[in-house]
Design a protein around this ligand. Structure first.
Ligand code: URA
Length: 217
């Protein structure tokens, strides 16, 4: 990322902090814009801030964040190495799901964050970010387990850490598998087809970014 891009990311944060584009602005304590290394090779995209994140203005600082940190450590990454953002930047009341109009109102921020950080790998955590970025209706259970070519980079969809915290140990094992794919993608070791798992999901392997609506040049 160039200095110019870092500055534009800062400016975008300032704009987001004053955003009133949807009803989520009414009850928020903080806008949780995003956090981490603006030059990261990897961007993680969650769903929406929870209570702790709303209180602190930083993504993934609650229990899900602790698990995320652990999984990062297992592939020799720290918070300071990655950039983390969410689909919506303000906490939905009582942690309800973000609504389509809220996602719509917020998605330009995410688009710009991804474009400015320009990572090698995007990791979508859970259904909301995976469906939004891959533009599919397929659930995360079927999407995960592979790295997709996406906008000239790799996109690795995996479960949201909250699913591992409330689910079976298999969810955590699946996340470990996906995080290993992230490590391979960073290291440039995904070229071998054998590294990729065929989930049988009918996602175009090389999605036309124009159709994604997230990256209109
Ligand atoms: N869950 C998310 O999706 N994002 C956060 O920042 C925290 C919890």
């Amino acid at each position: 990322m160039t200095t110019d891009a870092t500055q534009r990311l800062d400016e975008l944060r300032v704009t987001a902090l004053a955003c009133t584009a949807c009803r989520l602005s009414e009850e928020r304590i903080h806008v949780v814009f995003g956090d981490g290394n603006p030059q990261a090779d990897v961007v993680f995209v969650g769903e929406a801030p929870g209570r702790r994140e709303d209180e602190q203005g930083v993504p993934f600082v609650g229990p899900s964040g602790k698990l995320l940190d652990r999984l990062l450590g297992e592939i020799e990454l720290e918070r300071a190495d990655v950039y983390i953002a969410n689909v919506v930047k303000c906490r939905p009341p009582n942690n309800r799901d973000p609504r389509p109009d809220e996602i719509d109102a917020c998605k330009d921020y995410l688009r710009e964050q991804l474009r400015l950080v320009d990572p090698k790998v995007v990791v979508t955590l859970g259904n909301f970010s995976s469906k939004l970025l891959l533009k599919v209706d397929t659930g995360i259970t079927r999407l995960r387990g592979t790295a997709y070519e996406w906008w000239g980079r790799h996109l690795v969809p995996t479960f949201h850490p909250a699913a591992a915290l409330r689910g079976s140990s298999q969810v955590l094992e699946d996340m470990r598998y996906d995080f290993a794919l992230v490590r391979d993608a960073i290291d440039g070791n995904l070229d071998n087809e054998a590294d990729e798992v065929d989930t049988g999901v009918s996602v175009e392997p090389d999605v036309d970014p124009e159709q994604l609506g997230l990256f209109n040049r």
